[in-house]
Ligand binder design. Structure first.
Ligand code: ATP
Ligand code: MG
Length: 152
């Protein structure tokens, strides 16, 4: 269905305000075209943002920042979820979208996470004919970038 980018993203930010506040992490959205409309499955796309923002907050220390950026591009829209967290090493980076993959078993031990989040995210993006990639630097942060094609 048709979803306005601005209200959709603001709702995601609102949903995580409390959790971010507790960790003293700034969360914000920066949008090129907040009044543009996307033709998406809103529940599934909310799952995408929820997974990515949840990951970002969980791997970012106190005082850090999580940003959701939207910009229009040729034939579609690009979203970035950027954090200033612990990052992912170049060796681990190729595997993060694999099912059940968790980078640091010790660091994440005892948490309910299954390692399925990013596999589901990738599936949903592909289901929207989009694509997703990740860049990261250990100790500096991680950026997930995904593209959604315009649909008529
Ligand atoms: P689930 O999402 O199923 O609860 P999960 O968060 O462990 O579990 P994924 O979302 O698939 O699983 O992420 C896989 C792994 O990638 C994580 O366990 C974590 O090690 C790493 N990771 C994901 N996002 C980030 C990030 N923003 N910064 C640092 N590491 C990350
Ligand atoms: Mg996750």
């Amino acid at each position: 269905s048709e979803v306005e980018i601005g209200s959709f993203i603001e709702r995601i930010v609102k949903k995580f305000k409390g959790l971010a506040g507790v960790k003293e992490i700034r969360i914000s959205a920066d949008m090129d075209q907040p009044d543009a409309v996307l033709l998406i499955d809103p529940d599934r796309m909310e799952q995408v943002f929820t997974n990515l923002v949840d990951n970002a907050l969980r791997h970012t220390p106190q005082g850090g920042e999580v940003r959701i950026i939207q910009r229009s591009s040729t034939n579609g829209t690009v979203f970035e979820i950027k954090d200033t967290g612990v990052g992912i090493s170049a060796e681990e980076l190729p595997f993060v979208f694999e099912r059940f993959y968790k980078v640091d078993k010790a660091r994440t031990r005892g948490r309910a996470g299954t390692g399925l989040g990013l596999a589901i995210v990738k599936n949903i993006i592909h289901g929207h004919d989009g694509k997703i990639e990740v860049t990261s630097k250990l100790g500096q942060g991680t950026t997930f970038t995904f593209f959604l094609p315009e649909k008529k």
